[in-house]
Design a binder for this molecule. Sequence first.
Ligand code: PHE
Length: 344
Amino acid sequence: MLEKLEALYQQASQELDGVNTSEALKEWERAYIGRKGAVTLMLRQTGQLPPEQRADFGRRANEIKRLLTEAFAAREALIREQELARSMEEGQIDVTLPGRPVLTGGLHPATQTLREIYAIWAEMGFQVYRSRDVETDEVNFELLNIPPHHPARDMWDTFHTTMPGVILRTHTSPGQIHAMRDYGENGTLPIRVILPGMCYRYEQITARSEIQFNQVEGLAIGRNIRMTDLKGTIAEFARRMFGANRAVRFRASHFPFTEPSMEVDVQCILCGGEGCGVCKYTGWLEIMGCGMVHPVVLRNGGYDPTEWSGFAFGMGPERITMLKHGIEDIRYFWSNDLRFLEQF
Ligand code: PHE
């Protein structure tokens, strides 16, 4: 009887090793350890054995049933895993298909240029100062030495709000007044700031002019600041921004809030000065206006012009970006066309 039991155990174990599907596994369970399985039946026969054999046989039969039940559970887990893997391989889901990329977005080309500009001025000791977009006529024009009748106002027509005297700034230069008044402590402290931000002009929108655009203003106030400081600082900026071997030139110009005033050209960054379509065959590109802060403006900012002097400059990052990437139409910048923006 015991031999029969051991033989049955051998057979059941061997068969279980060959079971590979859950149907076959159920079959095996029924045949051996189920309610009418061979092992179960044999266990039930313990009572018919002679009394002296019952204990040994019963113990062994119970042990075998336990071992087979455990082996069954292990096999069941293995088969479930294999069947899952098989169904994933054969099923609708193609796990080898590459996933959809997550759209990460990017920085606007004007922002990229702005950050480049900030970094260069930061290295030269200039701090970013934010000034308001909505201005008064007084700060945008009058305190900058542009009285109501001044012809320069034609160049800077803007958007007016329903509040009298409240407009959208036409340039970042009114920030000079705010910086002097807020940071100057009644005209006693030197200043080195750049003032970036949006400006607005009432213009016909064309490939070359938009109704909104960024500017980066710069202001340095101190004792004994001279035109050589202005020229040296601007030349150094251009060197860092456009490369060491680009020549820079200063041309006399006019702004009501600087005296003397200049415009700055850099050797064409595309043709290197030989002449091309971008520089209109002149070899030079205009990058900013600048000058020594006008005594009237210094006084309006709270500084005594007999003691203090300074320089200011203003540049257009979109223009610089256009030059750098050969962009021919300024309207691309603020029309939110992803086909344009995704190129940067
Ligand atoms: N505000 C001038 C403009 O919009 C630029 C400028 C700034 C010129 C500072 C001189 C000094 O054109």
